[in-house]
Write a protein that binds this ligand. Structure first.
Ligand code: AMP
Length: 250
């Protein structure tokens, strides 16, 4: 297996082990990150996991990792899913839910978990509720990142991602030191297929139609925590921590 395929197979695959350290021994945090594409959920997920020691599961990362694999190694459902991703559409619920069920070990991580990009529809939210109920677990918080639409479009259009380490840059607000090269690992920067203008439109519509209603769903459940996503990642992270501190010991 090539190095790329090995990495893809590892992410969330049978060999998955939680690599997080117990930053808060004895504490666990079970959270979901909500928000339009481009608000910075991935970056915040990394920072929160680093601080809280939770296990991170990003469904978008799992699909992107599968994209690096030879098609012959993927299930038909996964091959089908990648077509949706490429067009910026949501992958069908059954496929996403099955994929998360395969990774249910993440939900049982002793330091808790942080779900980035799941759930994205009412049906996925229902499935998550059922999975958690079957494990006797409850969500502590659903962080909803808020950002005006113009800023979302601007962020997605200018985003460049490292092919190797997945660090993201922005052509205006966070340019790399050398054009097209990752500051962190020297990898090549590229524009994700779903960050192209035609896919951005589809993704934002999918967010409006399917994901935004979850804000109401979690508000009713009493777990919603609204966070402003305006500003640099460090500032947004502080906003998160401040909002979380109001409701739990973080
Ligand atoms: P993300 O990086 O979270 O924006 O996800 C990238 C793409 O993966 C999305 O545009 C969808 O095509 C697919 N995807 C990721 N998570 C989900 C999900 N929970 N439900 C449906 N599609 C998803």
């Amino acid at each position: 297996m090539s190095e790329k395929n090995e990495r893809a197979a590892w992410i969330g695959g049978p060999k998955m082990q939680c690599a997080t350290k117990a930053a808060n021994p004895g504490r666990s945090f079970r959270m979901v990150l909500l928000g339009a594409p481009g608000v910075g959920k991935g970056t915040q997920a990394e920072m929160l996991c680093e601080r809280l020691g939770t296990c991170q599961l990003s469904t978008g990362d799992v699909f992107r990792a599968a994209k690096c694999m030879d098609e012959s190694q993927l299930s038909p459902a996964m091959v089908h899913a990648l077509g949706y991703m490429q067009r910026g559409e949501l992958v069908p619920d059954d496929t996403v839910i099955d994929m998360v069920k395969e990774r249910i070990g993440c939900l049982k991580c002793q330091n808790g978990f942080l779900l980035d990009g799941f759930p994205r529809t009412a049906s996925q939210a229902g499935a998550l509720d059922q999975m958690l109920a079957s494990l006797g677990l409850k969500l502590d918080a659903v962080l909803n990142f808020e950002l005006p639409l113009e800023q979302v479009v601007e962020r997605l259009g200018g985003r460049r991602t490292c092919q190797s380490c997945k660090t993201t840059f922005h052509v205006v607000s966070k340019p790399p030191q050398v054009d097209g090269i990752c500051d962190r690992c020297g990898g090549t920067l590229y524009t994700r297929e779903d960050d192209r203008p035609e896919s951005i439109r589809v993704r934002l519509q999918a967010y409006e139609d399917s994901t935004k209603p979850l804000v109401e769903y979690y508000a009713k459940a009493g777990t919603l925590v609204s966070v402003s996503a305006d500003g640099a990642p460090g500032k947004v992270f502080e906003n998160c921590m401040e909002e979380l501190r109001k409701r739990m010991d973080v």
